[in-house]
Ligand binder design. Structure first.
Ligand SMILES: Nc1nc(=O)c2c([nH]1)NC[C@@H]1CN(c3ccc(C(=O)N[C@@H](CCC(=O)O)C(=O)O)cc3)CN21
Ligand SMILES: CC(C)C(=O)C(=O)O
Ligand SMILES: [Mg+2]
Length: 269
């Protein structure tokens, strides 16, 4: 076996420099084997707290713990060598104070060996973003539809449908930029608002349900693979993993029942 050539991973500053350039490609991953495939094409991989819903059947991301994020973060870092790995800070682990956020984000960085963390919030999180970046933790920000606030928003609601809300979103984008975030996720917002924010700030915007005007795109891997039976409208489905898994499981079930599995090749003699 030939030794694998060491590859230096993409860094947060390299992502920051991609503003206005070739679009940034990203997907979520929670799992070593899928992450190894995504790693060939993605600039960064997000270990999203959406894993609570996708991997663990929760109704929202609010119940996700720091330990769960660390467990999946370790798996994704082990499975990859090229992409920057970004780990979501889960609800309740960073909002109370900058020092609490630093303590928890440092644990994530040390235990997973990821290259950056992401947290939700604009103006209200700016002080914390500055506190972390000044102390060695690159931060990706996330505004617009922020799923950890689902109970305040009253559901997963597209943002910016009324122009009266736009000024707040501009202020959020500027605040996280000035605080030192290296990139900004824009989730679930109307196209003209995402376009205006992308034009307005000097760091790359990463869209999910926020139009092709963003500097990059991210989707939840299982959604685009066709494993989620009811994906949000902004998802383009590129695969039929749900159908493929079902066909394979059915074929296996039939084989077991007619004793054609295990066959000659699967038996120790
Ligand atoms: N599998 C999965 N994919 C995601 O993209 C995702 C998660 N989970 N979990 C965390 C958040 C929650 N997300 C969601 C979930 C639902 C809608 C949704 O149903 N949106 C409505 C639009 C509602 C409106 O227009 O106000 C839709 O019809 O798409 C949007 C984002 C995005 N994130
Ligand atoms: C959808 C992305 C941006 C996310 O935050 C997640 O997967 O948790
Ligand atoms: Mg998230």
């Amino acid at each position: 076996m030939s030794a694998q050539k060491p590859v230096r991973r993409i860094t947060a500053p390299q992502i920051a420099k991609r503003k206005g350039g070739e679009p940034i490609v990203s997907l979520t991953s929670y799992h070593a084997h899928t992450a190894a495939i995504v790693d060939k094409y993605a600039d960064f991989i997000l270990v999203g707290d959406s894993l609570g819903m996708v991997m663990h059947g929760m109704e929202s991301t609010v119940g996700v713990s720091l330990d769960l994020m660390i467990m999946h973060g370790k798996a994704v870092v082990r499975g990859t060598r090229q992409a920057l790995v970004v780990v979501d800070m889960p609800f309740g682990t960073y909002e109370e104070s900058p020092s609490e956020a630093f303590r928890n984000a440092a644990r994530v960085m040390k235990e997973t060996q990821c290259g950056a963390v992401k947290l939700e919030g604009g103006v209200r999180m700016a002080e914390t973003i500055r506190f972390l970046t000044e102390r060695g933790i690159p931060v990706m920000a996330h505004i617009g539809l922020t799923p950890q606030s689902v109970h305040v928003m009253g559901g997963f609601k597209t943002q910016g449908r009324e122009q009266d809300d736009w000024e707040q979103h501009f202020e959020d984008a500027r605040a996280v930029t000035e605080a030192g975030a290296f990139a900004l996720v824009l989730e679930g917002m109307v196209e003209p608002l995402a376009a205006q924010i992308t034009k307005d700030i000097p760091i790359p915007t990463i869209g999910i349900g926020a139009s092709a005007t963003c500097d990059g795109q991210i989707l939840v891997l299982e959604d685009m693979l066709g494993l989620n039976p009811a994906p949000p409208k902004f998802v383009k489905v590129y695969g039929n993993l749900g159908g493929q898994i079902e066909a394979a499981v059915k074929a296996y079930s039939d084989d077991v029942k007619e004793r054609s599995f295990p066959g000659e090749k699967q038996v120790y003699r």
